[in-house]
Design a protein around this ligand. Structure first.
Ligand SMILES: [Zn+2]
Length: 314
């Protein structure tokens, strides 16, 4: 039993993993996860808001029954053998950007946390279940819960002790079905790489992008503008539509890459942002906010991209 390094709950079941400097926690707030000792120390200096974002990430993974993830420090990300692994900074950067995305994922989490029986009353508790709603504070928790009621996706009764009974409504069940049906590429085994076609990047493509994606079990597609001069946009659009996710590399800052990343985002596809270290200062203002994998060479790129795919694409 130990204190959860993310949410601070006491008496959380915990054990060390082998001889490595990693501990497993099964927290009823944050879900099941592992964390390196260095990363636990680093978490102490994070704000409550950032810690709540990490709890939301690990709790959602547990609800979705994804494999246990190991949180590591930025420096450890290329070194540890634990898989999948992700840094706290990367987790924070993956937090939903819009309230509407939070609402949809909160509804899905409420469903996964429930008995799954239509009409059944399930209970959530403000102190323990705020990560389910992607809430960083008590106010955010109440806001998200009320917004779900206003959208008529759930019916909810609050008690004075912070416990709420929740029932997913008919509208809510319809919303869940609609969300599932529009998950484009959910069964696709293809990944699209948007990047600069420059001979200087051939090695990075073969031994970095392509290798990392293939090791993770996906087929790689990239469309060379020169090869397909006619109807290039049609081919690009149809291949992106068929993909599970898109890797956008901004080395060289080609307009096409910004277009392809934007198109994938609009479709709701996961986008992994990358850029070679020496080109990062030219990143466009609009996309600089995204957490880019800043890579040095092919082997660095391979390792970090592989880890990012394992941690975030399912
Ligand atoms: Zn916790």
């Amino acid at each position: 039993m130990a204190e959860c390094p993310i949410c601070g709950k006491l008496n959380v079941p915990s054990k060390s993993v082998g001889t490595k400097d990693v501990n497993e926690y099964d927290c009823h707030v944050c879900g099941d996860y592992s964390i390196s000792r260095q990363s636990s120390i680093n978490l102490k200096s994070l704000t409550a808001v950032d810690k709540a974002k990490i709890s939301a990430f690990t709790r959602e993974r547990s609800l979705e029954k994804k494999p246990r993830i190991t949180i590591v420090s930025n420096r450890e990300i290329a070194q540890v053998s634990a898989e999948p692994a992700i840094s706290a900074d990367e987790i924070i950067s993956l937090f939903p950007r819009t309230v509407s995305e939070r609402l949809e994922r909160a509804l899905k989490n409420l469903y996964l946390n429930s008995s799954g029986i239509p009409g059944h009353l399930d209970y959530i508790n403000q102190n323990d279940d705020y990560p389910i709603l992607f809430a960083e504070s008590r106010e955010a928790y109440n806001f998200i819960l009320m917004a779900l009621v206003d959208a008529e996706w759930i019916e909810c009764k609050n008690t004075p002790v912070g416990i709420s009974s929740v029932t997913i409504s008919v509208h809510g069940w319809n919303k869940l079905a609609e969300m599932e049906s529009r998950r484009i590429g959910k069964n696709s085994e293809q990944a699209f790489v948007a990047m600069w076609f420059n001979t200087n990047l051939n090695d990075s493509y073969s031994h970095g992008f392509k290798k990392a994606i293939e090791v993770c079990g996906y087929e790689v597609v990239r469309v060379d503008v020169k090869e397909h001069n006619e109807k290039i946009d049609d081919r690009i659009i149809s291949e992106i539509r068929k993909s599970r996710f898109l890797v956008a590399d901004f080395t060289g800052h080609r307009g096409g890459v910004y277009f392809e990343a934007g198109f994938a985002l609009g479709l709701g596809l996961p986008v992994i942002w990358t850029c070679r270290q020496d080109h990062k200062d030219d990143l466009h203002f609009d996309t600089r906010q995204f957490n880019h994998i800043l890579w040095e060479d092919s082997s660095d790129l391979f390792e970090r991209l592989r880890r990012r795919i394992e941690a975030t694409i399912f």
